[in-house]
Design a protein around this ligand. Structure first.
Ligand code: FPP
Length: 257
């Protein structure tokens, strides 16, 4: 079975740029520069693998508090990516979208984003999202406010909320990868990762490779996902035996010491 029949939407927290650069006695922004070429490689690999969606955490709401140089470098790298990858995105029919609050980006970059989103909106290839100025809680609050603004609401459903998230044409995340060694979800896609497999690698983002990416997808595709259910008679029988054993233990009189 192709791994991408189980893993269709991958989200990545691209962490470790700063530490990678500092470990080489370079300024932190050097790590972001190197990290941005890894972005291009991973997008290409996701496309080659036939994934349906790839969502990359490029700039969080918390990142606004970083030094000005780092913030402007990240803005610059986003612009450079848009210019450099535009042709490839169009050629490969990638459907591109930025999710988050980009109101503070320079006008030229906002225009580039808007243009590319418009040009690619009907493409049926990889759905590529850059989370920029993004926060998972803000996304949920924005969705609720959007529902309220549409009229009298007394009761909302999960579907109502889902249909008002920043991107409604992608399914939930199947696999969330975080590079850089930390094991946190850091306010990323909080709604969409409800049943995602989580994979944490120590590799810092600038050293993340296509091979490691592909390896993780194959490894995780081998894990069983039950979505809170049990899906085999075998696991049911095993649970029954364990439950009976536990019951016997509970019913045993306490041993005198
Ligand atoms: C976390 O590393 C990474 C970010 C805050 C930004 C991620 C950005 C890129 C990979 C490059 C941007 C590219 C494009 C195309 C927009 P960190 O600095 O927090 O690393 P640390 O944990 O080592 O400090």
């Amino acid at each position: 079975m192709e791994p991408t029949s189980k893993i269709k939407h991958v989200a990545i927290i691209m962490d470790g740029n700063g530490r990678w650069a500092q470990g080489r006695c370079r300024p932190r922004v050097w790590g972001h520069v190197r990290g941005s070429s890894v972005v291009s490689e991973i997008v290409e690999e996701a496309d080659d693998l036939g994934l349906e969606a790839l969502t990359l955490y490029a700039f969080s709401t918390e990142n606004w508090s970083r030094p000005q140089l780092e913030v402007t470098t990240l803005f610059g790298l986003l612009k450079k990516f848009l210019l450099k990858e535009r042709q490839r995105i169009l050629k490969n029919k990638i459907c591109f979208k930025v999710i988050g609050d980009i109101s503070s980006l320079p006008l030229a970059t906002k225009n580039l984003i808007e243009k590319l989103e418009l040009e690619t909106k009907d493409f049926k290839g990889l759905k590529l999202s850059f989370a920029f100025g993004y926060g998972g809680r803000s996304e949920i609050v924005d969705a609720v406010n959007q529902i309220i603004s549409k009229g009298d609401v007394e009761h909302i459903t999960e579907d109502d909320l889902r249909m008002n998230l920043y991107r409604t044409d992608v399914n939930d995340v199947d696999l969330l990868i975080r590079t850089g060694g930390d094991q946190r979800v850091s306010n990323f896609l909080l709604w969409q990762i409800a049943y995602a497999e989580l994979f944490f690698t120590r590799t810092k983002w600038p050293e993340f490779t296509k091979e490691e990416f592909r390896g993780i997808i194959y490894q995780v595709a081998g894990r069983e996902r039950r979505f809170g259910n049990i899906d085999s008679v075998e696991s049911f029988e095993v649970s029954k035996v364990l439950a009976q054993e536990n019951l016997m233990k509970i019913n045993q009189p306490l041993q005198a010491h």
